[in-house]
Ligand binder design. Structure first.
Ligand code: UDP
Ligand code: MG
Length: 326
């Protein structure tokens, strides 16, 4: 169960940072984040989720927490993935506005002033759209562009293109997100699903400050599958229509064969057409089974109802005595 936020109205902005093996980025990260946030003249907290880092990130985080109590740490029991870390951050955040940030400084903290400006104008979600992606390979750029285009076409809710998790969310949006029970946290889609008054601002996405992206192409592929299965039923439904089409073609062909046999007598050769039909149908059936499996597997994940994440330690959340999330 999500923890009730400590809404004493004292914190305006919560910055949520998922961290997985980011020791090389942390000092620069806090320098820049603190610089920008202290210039804003608002009360803030910085919630860092240590997502099972295997390097020194946690020790460093504890060091920063001791220096500045506005830096709070949620230490996961293992690596749960970025989207889940983000959800945990939202569960624990108590600011009137929440901004998730990547630890690698790909989301420039200086942009937070612009996000807050729009928020004060009355928007509930201010998302930052990337104008440009520096330092990413051609293949990654093209495949991600294709994916978002496809997702936009098949998804039931419009998901803005070239938009990451970097955005400002009003408290009411955060509360809405916390009500979504699914385990498959395709955040970009969930952000879009909740709706509210949204507005975009543009920025140039810089390359990672240090370290390497944790994504490989297999993970990106699975991420894409998660997104599509979570926000579209088209892959599941298309098979009835394909089956219908093939059945009609088969019927026409059958009628043709019967008539031909009646007119010209029995005709034995036909190995090629038989083989093609059998193989084609076998392939189509396996693909459709696979698609059903993709959805079924996800249904199974949801039905198990395990908690979304497990917290090992909390630093800086003295008011909160709950240790498990989800
Ligand atoms: N991250 C995380 N858990 C993971 C992978 C990544 O918390 O399992 C964090 C990572 O530390 C960073 C953010 O998610 O703050 C974005 O990760 P990355 O830069 O690898 O992703 P990309 O920018 O390439 O999408
Ligand atoms: Mg990154």
């Amino acid at each position: 169960m999500a923890i009730a936020p400590n809404l004493n109205g004292s914190i305006t902005l919560s910055i949520v940072i998922p961290i997985y093996n980011e020791e090389a980025n942390l000092s620069h990260l806090f320098e820049r984040v603190l610089n920008s946030v202290q210039g804003l003249n608002i009360t803030y907290e910085i919630i860092c989720i240590n997502d099972g880092s295997r390097d020194n990130s946690l020790d460093q985080l504890i060091h920063y927490h001791k220096e500045n109590s506005a830096i709070k740490i949620i230490n996961f029991s293992r690596n749960f993935g970025k989207d889940i870390a983000l959800s945990a951050g939202l569960d624990y955040a108590c600011g009137a506005a929440v901004i998730p940030l990547d630890a690698d400084l790909q989301d420039p903290p200086e942009l937070m002033t612009h996000l807050l400006e729009k928020w004060r104008q009355g928007y509930d979600v201010v998302y930052a759209t990337r104008r440009d992606r520096q330092g990413e390979s051609w293949l990654k750029r093209v495949s991600s562009q294709r994916f978002y285009r496809l997702l936009g076409r098949v998804s039931d809710v419009p998901i803005p293109q070239d938009t990451g998790d970097f955005r400002l969310m009003d408290r009411r949006v955060v509360e809405a997100l916390k009500q979504l029970p699914e385990r498959n946290r395709f955040m970009k889609g969930l952000f879009a699903w909740v709706g509210y008054r949204q507005v975009a601002i543009e920025y140039d996405r810089p390359p990672r400050y240090a370290g390497r992206s944790k994504w490989n192409y297999w993970q990106l592929w699975n991420f894409a599958l998660d997104g599509i299965t979570a926000f579209s039923l088209i892959p599941l439904k298309v098979w009835s229509y394909l089956g219908l089409g093939i059945s009609i073609l088969a019927l026409v062909y059958a009628i043709f064969l019967v008539i031909r046999t009646l007119i010209y007598g029995i005709d034995v050769p036909g190995y090629a057409s038989l083989m093609v039909a059998v193989l084609f149908m076998g392939g189509v059936q396996l693909i459709s089974l696979g698609v059903i499996g993709e959805y079924l597997g996800r249904v199974y994940e949801e039905v198990k109802g395990r908690p979304l994440y497990l917290v090992r330690d909390l630093y800086g959340f003295e008011g909160k005595n709950q240790l498990e999330g989800g």
